[in-house]
Design a protein around this ligand. Structure first.
Ligand code: ADP
Length: 160
């Protein structure tokens, strides 16, 4: 049984995050999505809202078990706390690769027992970033092509 930890902000969950989550759920037995919470940073969605949106859109995606937790420490430490031996990250482009290689290299020194596994972004969802989704939504744009239907609905509720 391999448990994988997928850390991020997920504010909100996008089709890009969901693409990586589904790829990981097809490979690993259990996935723990870790929502990073930073004191002092005001998110668009609370932890509880983000957790519900993730569970609702990904819950039935495959046979893999899915859990959503909050974390405020290093991702490697949160992975160990979740009893995961793998950290999942998505790669969109070369700048993701450069940054992720640095992070996985340093994480590997701090926690040699946790391996980082990268999944490639699918072509259709590769350009999507949660930051741009929030910006478009705040300016009254339609984000329904970039996020799962339940997230689009929740964004409409926030911005109406
Ligand atoms: P971060 O704050 O590290 O960017 P995010 O919540 O934005 O956290 O993303 C979490 C993970 O999801 C990261 O591994 C990131 O590369 C990946 N990700 C985000 N958007 C996409 C996308 N459109 N396609 C593939 N992976 C993505």
């Amino acid at each position: 049984m391999t448990c994988a930890f997928y850390p991020g902000s997920f504010d909100p969950m996008t089709n890009g995050h969901l693409d990586i989550l589904k790829q990981a759920m097809a490979v690993f037995d259990d996935i723990v999505v870790g929502i990073g919470v930073h004191p002092g940073k005001v998110p668009m969605f609370s932890f509880e809202e983000r957790a519900r949106l993730i569970a609702d859109c990904a819950g039935g995606a495959s046979g893999a078990g899915l859990r959503v937790v909050a974390f405020d420490q290093l991702a490697v430490d949160a992975a160990v706390a979740a009893e995961a031996s793998v950290i999942v990250r998505g790669l969109r482009d070369g700048s993701d690769l450069d940054y992720e290689m640095q992070m996985s290299g340093m994480n590997g020194v701090m926690r040699p027992d946790v391996t980082t596994v990268f999944f490639p972004a699918s072509p259709a969802t590769r350009p999507i970033t949660a930051t741009l989704v929030r910006q478009i939504a705040r300016m009254g744009g339609d984000v329904s092509a970039f996020v799962p239907a339940n997230v689009a609905e929740a964004i409409r509720g926030k911005t109406a």
